[in-house]
Design a protein around this ligand. Structure first.
Ligand code: NAP
Length: 340
C-alpha cells in the first residue's frame, strides 16, 4: 500500500525537494502550510495536482491535531520553522514559538492521534553555536548563540524526551547549511549569487530587497556582513535524500549531515563572481548592519555516521551548486529584462 507522508514547511526550500523525492518513491504526499502561503502563487505551484495541500500553522495546535487525525500519515517531516538565524534576534519570540514550541505541538499531536507515525525533526548545525570541538559529530555538545539555535535545541531535546518517554519514533537530522536556487533570498548564498548575476547584467539597483528594505545590489554594490564567517555548505537536493534515509532506519536516531568541507563567505564571493568573470573585491562592501551580534562556528560536519549507517554521501560540489544558483538568477533576471 502507498505510504502517506506529511511535510510541514512545504513552501520552503527543503519542502519542495523532499516532496519531489517522495513522489518519485511512490508516496502520497500532503503538504502542510499556512493558508496565505498555500493559496498564493509561489515556488511550489508546480506541485499542484501532484501533492495534496492542507492548512496548518505550527502556532495553532488545533490545525496540527486535525491534519494528523485526518491524513493518518506514516511519516511526518517537520521542516517548518522561522528558519533564519540572523533574523532570529529581531524575531526572537516568534522563533521560540514556531521553531521550538511549534515542533513540540506537532510531537504532541502525533502522540495523541497517530503514535505509530515516524517523525523527522529538522535540527540544525546552528545548535553547535560557538563550537566546542571541530568537526562536529552527533556527540558534540550544543552551545547555541542565537535565538534560532536555542529554539532548535529545545525542539531537539523534546524530540529525545518524547522518544524515551513515550516510545515515539522521532529521528533528528542535524543538517549543516544547504543551499539551492530555491533558497530564501535573505540567506547569504542567495544574496551573493544574486548580487553577482545582477552586477554582471549591469543592474545597479536590484528589484529584490534585503532585510533592511533596500535593494540587495544598491548603486552597483553588494552589502554583506562578516566575510570571515565559516560554514559547511551542501546542496539541498542531496540533503532531502538524507532526510528520507533517516526515517527508514530500524530505530529513531540522530545524524549529522554535511559535506565536511569548510569555506568562508569570502570564498563564496570569489566562486560566485568567478562564475560571471568578475572580481568580487570590486563590488562587495561591508555593512555592520549585517554582522551578527555573536557568530556561530566554525561549523563543519563529521558525517561519518551518516556515511556508514545510511550510506549517504553528498553528490553535488560547492562549485556546481554556486554555478547552478548564479545561472538560475541570470536566467530569471534576463527574462525580466527582455522587452515583452
Ligand atoms: P525555509 O525555506 O525557510 O522554509 C521554512 C518553511 O517553514 C516555510 O515553508 C514556511 O512557510 C514554514 N513556516 C514558517 N512559519 C510557519 C508556521 N508558523 N507554521 C507553518 N509553517 C511555517 O527553510 P528550509 O531551508 O527549507 O529548511 C527546512 C528546515 O530545516 C527548517 O526547519 C530549517 O530551520 C531547517 N534547517 C535548514 C538548514 C538549511 O541550511 N537550509 C540547515 C539546518 C536546518 P511560509 O511560506 O508560510 O513562510
Amino acid at each position: 500500500m502507498k505510504k502517506t507522508a506529511l511535510i510541514t514547511g512545504i513552501t520552503g526550500q527543503d519542502g519542495s525537494y523532499l516532496a519531489e523525492l517522495l513522489l518519485e518513491k511512490g508516496y502520497r504526499v500532503i503538504g502542510l502550510g499556512r493558508k496565505a502561503s498555500i493559496i498564493q502563487p509561489s515556488s511550489i505551484n508546480y506541485l499542484h495536482g501532484k501533492i495534496e495541500f492542507a492548512y496548518g500553522d505550527l502556532a495553532d495546535t488545533v490545525s496540527l491535531v486535525s491534519a494528523v487525525k485526518r491524513f493518518q500519515p506514516d511519516e511526518i517531516y517537520n521542516l517548518a520553522s522561522q528558519s533564519h538565524p540572523g533574523e532570529s534576534w529581531r524575531l526572537a519570540i516568534e522563533t521560540g514559538e514556531i521553531t521550538g514550541l511549534g515542533a513540540h505541538r506537532l510531537f504532541d499531536a502525533v502522540r495523541e492521534e497517530r503514535p505509530d507515525c515516524r517523525i523527522y525533526q529538522a535540527s540544525s548545525s546552528e545548535m553547535f553555536g560557538e563550537v566546542i570541538e571541530t568537526p562536529q559529530t552527533e556527540r558534540t555538545p550544543f552551545n547555541p548563540v542565537n535565538p534560532y539555535a536555542a529554539a532548535k535545541v529545545y525542539a531537539h531535546n523534546i524530540a529525545h524526551i518524547y522518544r524515551k518517554s513515550y516510545g515515539l519514533f522521532i529521528a533528528c537530522g542535524i543538517l549543516f547549511n544547504h543551499e539551492s536556487p530555491r533558497r530564501g533570498m535573505h540567506f547569504i548564498t542567495q544574496k551573493v549569487t544574486y548580487g553577482a548575476a545582477c552586477i554582471k547584467l549591469g543592474i545597479k539597483n536590484s528589484p529584490t530587497y534585503n532585510e533592511e528594505g533596500e535593494p540587495i545590489v544598491k548603486d552597483g554594490k553588494l552589502s554583506l556582513g562578516n566575510l570571515d564567517a565559516k560554514r559547511d555548505w551542501g546542496y539541498a537536493g542531496d540533503y532531502a535524500e538524507a532526510m528520507w534515509l533517516i526515517l527508514q532506519q530500524e530505530k529513531p536516531d540522530d545524524f549529522v549531515i554535511g559535506t565536511g568541507k569548510i569555506r568562508t563567505i569570502r570564498e563564496l564571493c570569489q566562486v560566485a563572481f568567478d562564475c560571471v568573470d568578475l572580481h568580487w573585491e570590486d563590488y562587495v562592501i561591508i555593512d555592520p548592519r549585517f554582522v551578527r551580534p555573536t557568530e556561530t562556528g566554525p561549523t563543519v560536519a563529521d558525517a561519518a555516521k551518516a556515511r556508514e549507517v545510511l550510506g549517504w554521501i553528498p553528490r553535488t560540489t560547492f562549485h556546481e551548486m554556486i554555478a547552478m544558483m548564479v545561472d538560475s538568477h541570470l536566467i530569471r533576471l534576463n527574462s525580466a529584462l527582455r522587452p515583452a
